[in-house]
Unconditional design. Structure first.
Length: 100
């Protein structure tokens, strides 16, 4: 089942709440029917749905950017790249003013 959460919200309904209710009506995680929530319009909505147990979504590139454009994501990626270079014995340059 694939409820269009954005359309539900456009109709004045609580799209997130409706999708969570549908998920539970289908048996939740133990149910045989998978609920794929479509037309998610913000990362916050996806987080709410995931907290309720939903794990299948469709969303726009804008929402994908919201999910990854977080300072901690960039810091973790930089650390990972640096650790990879160090493990291969490659030179690691640190920009002026940043900690090594």
């Amino acid at each position: 089942i694939s409820p269009y959460m954005g359309k539900l919200s456009d109709e004045g309904k609580d799209g997130v709440g409706e999708c969570i209710s549908l998920f539970h009506a289908c048996g939740g995680r133990e149910g045989r029917t998978k609920v794929l929530v479509a037309a998610i319009r913000s990362a916050g909505q996806m987080v709410e749905l995931a907290k309720a147990g939903l794990d299948a979504f469709t969303f726009s590139p804008k929402v994908a950017a919201e999910l990854i454009n977080i300072d901690e994501t960039f810091s973790a990626a930089a650390w990972f790249e640096r650790a990879g270079k160090e493990s291969r014995g490659e030179a690691v340059l640190t920009p002026v003013g940043q900690k090594a």
